[in-house]
Design a protein around this ligand. Structure first.
Ligand SMILES: Cc1ncc(COP(=O)(O)O)c(C=O)c1O
Length: 387
């Protein structure tokens, strides 16, 4: 068989997907597995968004749109940033993609040359290093600690800057830690980017899932240097609809849209129409978000309390729908520990290996309270028997 490319041979498959697949295989073989691996809301999308999708089909809005997104959606995104964040963008500064993931990839492809460095606080979302690698860059991790709530120090980020640094990634609330960075940390990191003339990629996907503390985008402090990566997946429970948006300086956005125009063209037209409704029907969408937040807070509190009671140290995060838990009482190696949990307790979590979180695992609480109770009960029985 002919050879594959070196770039693809080096690319790692997502560990989140790998453990999800393992859990699904067990489920198919008849085992009742509590899956706490997924990074997606378990809620159905809001009714008014579903209605808008039907309307798009009925109106025949099913053709190609401009690669960068419909004018209506880009206007609605500008309005969202003005209303919710006090940020001023024009539609020419917005690029709509197939999920925040594509927007992020477009961004890395648009700014990185071979060997350029990208600073990323760790534990980090697994797609950052993978995308950086594909774009020819090198990830430089800045470790954070559970005792600091996984918030990086501005000083540590400053020390990681070298003449090769091109981008700093900021992700608050964070996947996988749930950390919400205090405004002064966001400001400090954004000012570093401006001072050293670096790009700041502010991954704001989890903006609406902040339970304590205050959300602020890096763009508030360094707008000329910032690409916001945002989207509809997490806040509106629209993961499969694949709509993300980037906001930033026009020159960067143009380059990203040019790339997307040659690779995938526009994001799904029907989903663009529906997300326009999610952004414009402000009150209905706010009520949906408030309902999901109440549920997430109750689930987080129960999960964190339960895991700590079992002796698995778990800081209480302020946002997103993940917790990082110390699995070393089960096994010093996190992959072994997660495998034991899956095979013996039938609870699926993602080991921290690919997040650069040794000894830890990510539990997603985007699942029902009933599942959380079931998982804690099983973990209790397992930990009680083995520690
Ligand atoms: C930190 C972070 N950024 C971006 C994304 C991309 O989400 P989507 O492509 O569904 O918009 C995710 C999804 O898991 C994420 O966790």
């Amino acid at each position: 068989m002919p050879e594959l490319s070196e770039a693809l041979k080096k690319l790692k498959a997502s560990s989140t997907v790998a453990f999800n697949t393992k859990a699904k295989e067990l489920q198919r073989s008849g085992v009742d597995v509590v899956a706490m691996t997924a990074g997606e809301p378990d809620f159905a999308p809001p009714e008014h968004v579903l209605a808008a999708a039907h309307e798009a089909i009925d109106k025949g809005l099913t053709k190609y749109t401009p690669a960068e997104g419909t004018a209506e959606l880009r206007e609605a995104v500008c309005e969202k940033f003005r209303r919710e964040n006090g940020l001023s963008y024009t539609p020419a500064q917005i690029s709509v993609g197939t999920g925040g993931k594509q927007v992020l990839y477009n961004g890395f492809m648009a700014v990185l040359n071979p060997g350029d460095e990208v600073i990323v606080p760790a534990p980090y979302w697994v797609s950052y290093p993978a995308q950086v690698q594909l774009a020819g860059g090198v990830t430089v991790a800045v470790p954070t600690r559970p005792e600091d709530g996984f918030v990086p120090s501005v000083e540590a980020v400053r020390e990681a800057i070298t003449p090769r640094t091109k981008v700093i990634v900021l992700n608050s609330p964070s996947n996988p830690t749930g950390a919400v960075y205090p405004p002064e940390v966001v400001r400090g990191i954004a000012e570093l980017a401006a001072e050293h003339d670096l790009w700041l990629f502010s991954d704001d996907l989890y903006e609406h899932l902040v339970y304590e503390g205050e959300f602020v985008s890096g763009a508030a402090f360094a707008p000329e240097h910032t690409l916001i990566i945002h989207g509809a997946s997490k806040a509106y429970a629209l993961t499969g609809w694949r709509i993300g948006y980037g906001a930033g300086p026009e020159r960067l956005i143009k380059a990203m849209s040019k790339l997307q125009g040659q690779v995938t063209s526009n994001a799904n037209a029907i989903a663009q129409y529906a997300v326009t409704a999610a952004l414009n029907e402000v009150e209905k969408t706010a009520a949906f978000i408030a309902m999901t937040k109440r549920a997430y807070v109750a689930r987080r509190d129960r999960l964190v309390e339960g895991l700590n009671r079992l002796g698995l140290h778990t800081p209480k995060p302020q946002g997103a729908f993940y917790v990082m838990s110390d699995l070393t009482p089960i096994h010093p190696d996190e992959t072994e520990a997660a495998t034991l949990l899956l095979e013996k307790a039938h609870v699926a979590v993602v080991p921290g290996t690919d997040f650069e979180a040794p000894g830890q695992a990510r539990f997603s609480y985007a699942t029902s309270m009933e599942n959380i109770e079931k998982a804690l009960e099983r973990l209790g029985a397992f930990v009680g028997a083995s520690v």
